[in-house]
Design a binder for this molecule. Structure first.
Ligand code: PLP
Length: 411
């Protein structure tokens, strides 16, 4: 029997030193622009508070989130760095944002809500006006821009708010050859000029996301909003993280839950869509779509003892199966029961990447890491900058780090 380390049966191993190194690399590429670490969606599944702390330690100047509620979680964890939240509804907690000193992205209708909150809270809001330069999602249309700027500056004169930023979001920066980025850049420059001509005294103008910051220095302005890159993933198809000086921070691991010999013609998993072609050994991998593995991703890679196998048959809620091939009973005690199975990681030694699962699922690496579900514990490596590599169990929602170091986990 394999001696089992007291680790969870499945976990996401988050290397905070990789986060720090990625932030430093992105700062270098973006210099002299500053870096906003985008930690929305629980830091793309990596755990918002631990990642935010690591990013700030490595010199990120700002944090970015979609929701005010996410920004408030950062504040509750004691993080006092500048935070911008940009996606709201009329029910969003603008009062809470003001009270917590959270900057608010304003595309149009939010202005009235922010002003009302500023009156109630008797403190000025800090807002970043957003222009839609072509993405067609949030942001003011060019048509309404001059009016929005004028109204915001009027409110600024009344002491209700301060316009600290202008921003926009790129649509196709992951395909650097496309001309639409030039058009967006041109519209952004015009929108900034309108605001500055009207008297706005801006702290930050920001446009670039990770693909923009990596491929288009002309999109950097004062600040870049980096999400994917700080997690060490590549936004470009056909370009690996290490080619960009990045290292994936999340490794998803479990252990083989069963290893058994079956005859040829054994059907595997619901629908019996896969049949063994020869007498085979099947290994059961105890993660499934409830853990965030996409159900459609049959064929996705699992690394066991240095060999990568594709998942066969349907991925179920809790589990999936790999076919280890012809029977190995002749190899004696070769059962892989309890062996470590890596679903994806940083790719060292040819190991699987989140990108491989994205390909199997017809999706993108962003979605693969972000969907890893709360059922999967996050364990943090290198919690203290430049510390040893013991794993610490994290409670990302609260930012509490219990000191449950797992012995023997350094690797
Ligand atoms: C999510 C998001 C980002 C980060 O994008 P990446 O491609 O992950 O760097 C930046 N800006 C806005 C407005 C976003 O919604």
């Amino acid at each position: 029997m394999t001696a089992l380390l007291p680790r969870p049966d499945r976990y996401a191993d988050i290397d905070l030193e990789a986060i720090r190194a990625n932030v430093r690399q992105l700062r270098k590429v973006s210099y002299p622009a500053k870096v906003m670490a985008v930690v929305k969606a629980d830091a793309y599944g990596h755990g918002m508070v631990p990642v935010a702390r690591a990013a700030l330690e490595a010199g990120a100047a700002w944090l970015g989130v979609a929701h005010i509620s996410e920004a408030l979680q950062l504040r509750q964890a004691g993080i006092d760095a500048p935070v911008l939240a940009w996606l709201h509804t009329p029910g969003s907690d603008f009062d809470g944002a003001l009270e917590a000193g959270v900057d608010i992205g304003v595309s149009g209708w939010e202005l009235d809500y922010v002003v009302a909150a500023a009156r109630r809270q008797q403190r000025p809001a800090r807002i970043h006006l957003k222009i839609d330069t072509g993405l067609g999602r949030n942001g003011s249309t060019a048509e309404l821009w001059d009016g929005l700027v004028a109204e915001a500056l009027q409110c600024q004169d009344e002491g209700l708010l301060r316009v600290v930023g202008i921003f926009s979001h790129l649509a196709v920066a992951d395909e650097p050859h496309r001309p639409e980025t030039d058009e967006q850049l041109q519209r952004f420059r015009e929108a900034v000029a309108v605001a500055e001509d009207a008297g706005a005294d801006l702290e930050v103008r920001h446009l670039a996301n990770t693909p923009g910051l990596l491929s288009r220095p002309d999109t950097h302005f004062d600040l870049v909003r980096a999400g994917l890159g700080i997690y060490g993933l590549s936004p470009f198809s056909g370009q690996l993280p290490q080619e960009l000086g990045l290292r994936p921070a999340m490794t998803l691991r479990t252990r083989v839950a069963s290893c058994k010999e079956v005859p040829a013609g054994q059907g595997v998993s619901y629908g019996l869509n896969y049949m063994t072609g020869t007498p085979s050994t099947l290994a059961l991998i105890p993660v499934g779509y409830a853990d965030g593995i996409p159900r459609v991703a049959t064929g996705g890679p699992v690394r066991i003892n240095g060999t990568t196998y594709p998942v066969v048959g349907r991925i179920a809620m809790d589990q999936m199966v790999v076919d280890l091939g012809p029977r190995r009973s002749d190899e004696g005690g070769s059962s892989l029961l309890g062996a470590e199975a890596e679903i994806f990681g940083d790719g060292t030694g040819g190991g699987p990447l989140a990108d491989d699962w994205a390909a199997a699922a017809g999706s993108i690496n962003y979605e693969v890491v972000t969907r890893i579900s709360p059922r999967v514990p996050r364990l943090y490596r290198n919690v203290e900058a430049a510390a040893d590599s013991a794993l610490v169990e994290g409670a990302p929602q609260t930012g509490l780090l219990s000191k449950l170091a797992v012995p023997g986990a350094g690797a």
